[in-house]
Each structure stands twice: as C-alpha cells, then as structure tokens.
Design a protein around this ligand. Sequence first.
Ligand code: R7I
Ligand code: MG
Ligand code: MG
Length: 308
Amino acid sequence: DRTRRVANAARSLHGLALGDAFGEQWFGYRGAELTERLTRRIAPQARLWYWTDDTAMALSLLRILHLRDVVDQDALAAHFAASYEADPYRGYGPSMHGVLRAIHEGEPWREVTRRQFEGQGSWGNGAAMRVAPLGAWFADDGLVVVAAEAERSAETTHAHPEAVAGAVAAALATGGRGEAAPDPVEFLAEVAGHTPESDVAAGLRAASRLPAHSSVRHAVSVLGNGSRISAPDTVPFALWTAAHHPDSLTEALWHTATGGGDIDTTCAITAGVVASRTGTTDIPKSWITAREPLPTWVDTGSTSAPPR
Ligand code: R7I
Ligand code: MG
Ligand code: MG
C-alpha cells in the first residue's frame, strides 16, 4: 500500500518538477525568438533546467507524507520554512519570504498566514502549484480524503479561501481519476463540483464550457494564465490543458507554455496532473536529462535519507 502511494506520488512529482523547470525556461526568451520557439516547438537550449519554488515546496509536502502518511501541518510548515532558509533563491512568491522566515523564527504558522494582505491571507497560486503529488498519494482513499488533505496542506502558507480552493481543485484533478482518460468536459465539471464554491470553481465551470476546439489564446482570454499569480487566474487554465491532453505530457506542456503568464506554475500544475497517469514516458530523453535532478528518496520512499 505504501509502496503504491510512493510510486503514484513520485510519478506526479517527476512531472511537476519537469513542468516547473521547462516552464521557467521560457522567461529567458523574448519577442520573436520566444514566439518562434513556442510555435515551432524548439525546446529551451539551456544545459540545465533548474526547478523553482514550485518543486521545492512539492518536495517538502511529499517528504512529510513519506514521514507521517498524512499532512501534519506543523511539520509541513516547519519543513517549508527550513527548505526556504536553506535555499531562498528559488523564485518564491513575494509574500512567502516574510511568511517562511517568520515561521522559521518560531511564530505559529496560523497567525503568520492569516495576517497576510491585511488579514485576508494570500490568494496566490502557491498552494495549488505544489499539491498534485498529494492527490496522487491519496488517490485510492477517495475524493473526500484528497480534498481534506489538500486543504490542510494549503492552510500552512495560504489562508485565503481562493488559494485553498485552488489547491483542492488541483489535488482532485490528480487524485480523482481512474485508469482511462476521462472526457475533458466531464472531468472539469466533476473537479468543479467537488471544489468549494469560489472563483476557482467558477473558472473550472467556465473551462468545462469552452468549445471543444478552443485555441489556447481563447482559453487564456476566458480563464487567465496566472499572470496575476492568483489561484483563480491559474488553476482553471492549467486544468483545462491537462483535461484536453490526458495522454501526452509533452503535448500538454507545449499547449500550457504557449498560454504565457506564470508559465513555471501553470506547467507545474498541468504536468503534476497529467504525469500522475502517464508518467514522463512520452517526454524526450533530452528534456529528462536537462531537468535538475530530484533527491533519490522521492523514488525509494526511504525515510532515513537526509531531508533534501
Ligand atoms: O502564492 P505564492 O507562493 O506565489 C507562487 C508564485 C508562483 O508563480 C511561483 O512560481 C512563484 O513565482 O510565485 O506567493 P504569495 O506571495 O503568497 O502570492 C502572491 C500573490 O498573492 C500575488 O501575486 C497575488 O495574486 C496575491 N495577492 C493577494 N492575495 C490576497 N489579498 C495580491 N494581493 C492580494 C490581496 O490583497
Ligand atoms: Mg516558481
Ligand atoms: Mg510561478
């Protein structure tokens, strides 16, 4: 049982990290070169594609699941903070620096996260970007468990209901699917139906209603592309591309990157969802070797390994 959880979550995390690292590369291109590479599908040329905060936080989350089997919120908040302190230059969201430093200094995470943005908490996409492997970990436990654990994982850094809804939706998209590729309209409507009522849920319903052959440009005009770094303008688009390319991670990633915006994060979410079914088997070998490696405990499930 644990072996299966470890394998499911590792598959999703390898996808998430690849999406994150691939997506981040596009911020190094501009103008005509960017357009040409995306339309002609010329992979980024850097030798090493570094992953960012999206993967760093997903690693912490998975580490806590390996160690505790469920989301232990105090342990998770502490792990996020320790990982941040060890390596703060991974492109963390603007409010996360203060949040993670305060937690590292011993302030209770619930108080720290609730005082962000004048008491609203952050509606950033940071709780959604890291959560797909959690959905894979709890996939056999049903949607209620997936949603509850996703919510608990989100709360440790993001107190706003939209950020929590974004995490619930991304986890459900990963954990709630069977072996066969689901119909995209049904899939998006199902995820929307189990997501707490929110702008995220409304965006998912809008995604489910987009005409079957909508262009990426049209989808972005309706759903957003993460350019506001908020959960509601990120998660519906990322799940729309995942829904429409359930059998090809490569295809899903090109479509998601073409949408622009917060590309590391939209690609991380899309890839975490798609790879939970497909793994990274259809990804070119050169991409796999370009992506910055992940620690070995991700695959082995070893709990005696060093934390990172
Ligand atoms: O959510 P978060 O971790 O950011 C993740 C993003 C991803 O793209 C990563 O790849 C990384 O680049 O950053 O970090 P936060 O700083 O909590 O979220 C930033 C977002 O908070 C802002 O961009 C806004 O969307 C959101 N925000 C607000 N939330 C609630 N109330 C901005 N203003 C408000 C507000 O008033
Ligand atoms: Mg990032
Ligand atoms: Mg990002």
